[in-house]
Design a protein around this ligand. Structure first.
Ligand SMILES: [Ca+2]
Ligand SMILES: [Ca+2]
Ligand SMILES: [Ca+2]
Length: 313
């Protein structure tokens, strides 16, 4: 007969022993795990109740209507097309270029300096002071282009050059116009400005008109010449003022040169919009490059300016 001489354990004692055994097992398990190089895993982080970086389903970005223009009078024979081409190439690319005083032989050099995406339209009028519009063919389709011969006084000056462009990404149509109004004869310039107003009044499409208008706008007086007043008649055209007043032309009379600009603090080059383009967001800026003024025989006597337009659909 087996007789246990050990006292019978009470339920409370049994519970205590079980608890000690459980704690020993946990400690042992941890020691084994650490020896095995496996740290106990961190507890799972609680499910986040905030949504800091939600997974956004891929949605196509709506194309935006934004067009960057550059306008520049290149000074025909007073500059070297190769130098101007290099200067254009060194600047950032614009979508549309409105160039004046372009000699026909320079066009190819200028277009090539911008890369493969650009197509040029050159005016017929203007002799050696032509107008050119160069646009990025990947961004625009040219529906047509034309010159407004009626605005070219006796066909002896420069007819406005217009290209009808369709912005491919947004299927938006607009006209870009390039102008170079008469310099010497104030009455011719005034007539041209008035005719531009009559033409602009009849247009249904947005029009962006850039160029050298010879409006002699003086910063000190905030006034231009009579042709400028004509241009602003009836608010057909809205002038996009540059963000900062910067002289756009260097002229030191060659008969009496003194190394100083004869017309400091004035502007000849302008951006205007008409029709639906008046409601667009617009920003105009005259571009200053190191050593641009005074110009020399290879560089232009004008500064370029940029116009950036956009529309919130
Ligand atoms: Ca020059
Ligand atoms: Ca001078
Ligand atoms: Ca000046």
């Amino acid at each position: 007969m087996l007789v246990s001489n050990q006292p019978v354990a009470s339920p409370a004692t049994l519970l205590t022993q079980t608890s000690v055994l459980t704690q020993t097992s946990v400690v042992l398990a941890c020691v084994v795990a650490i020896l095995a190089g496996c740290e106990p895993a961190d507890p799972e982080p609680p499910a986040s109740t905030t949504n800091d970086s939600p997974a956004v389903p891929a949605v196509a970005v709506e194309p935006k209507f934004e067009v960057k223009f550059l306008s520049w009078n290149l000074e025909s024979e007073g500059s070297d097309p190769n130098v101007i081409g290099r200067q254009l190439g060194a600047m950032k690319r614009y979508d549309v270029y409105a160039l004046s005083e372009v000699i026909p032989a320079a066009l190819e050099v200028l277009e090539r300096s911008l890369g493969d995406n650009y197509v040029s339209v050159l005016s017929q009028s203007g002799f050696n002071d032509r107008l050119a519009i160069i646009y990025d063919k990947t961004k625009f389709e040219a529906i047509k282009h034309f010159e407004i011969k009626e605005i070219n006084h006796k066909y002896r000056y420069r007819a406005p050059l217009v290209v009808y462009l369709r912005h491919r990404a947004t299927d938006s149509d607009f006209l870009v116009m390039n102008n170079h109004l008469a310099r010497g004869k104030a009455t011719v310039r005034q007539e041209q400005a008035s005719k531009l107003v009559e033409w602009g009044r009849t247009q249904l499409l947005p029009v962006v008109a850039l160029g050298d208008y010879n409006f002699d706008y003086v910063f000190e007086t905030n006034k231009g010449n009579q042709a400028f007043s004509n241009m602003l008649q009836d608010n057909v055209w809205q002038w996009v003022e540059p963000e900062e007043w910067i002289d756009t032309n260097w002229f030191d009379n060659p008969e009496d040169p003194d190394g100083k600009d004869d017309y400091p603090g004035s502007m000849l080059d302008f951006a205007f919009v008409s029709g639906p383009a008046k409601t667009w967001t617009k920003r105009c800026r005259v571009i200053v490059r190191d050593g641009d003024f005074p110009d020399d025989a290879t560089t232009s006597d004008h500064r370029p300016f940029e116009l950036i337009v956009s529309r919130d659909d």
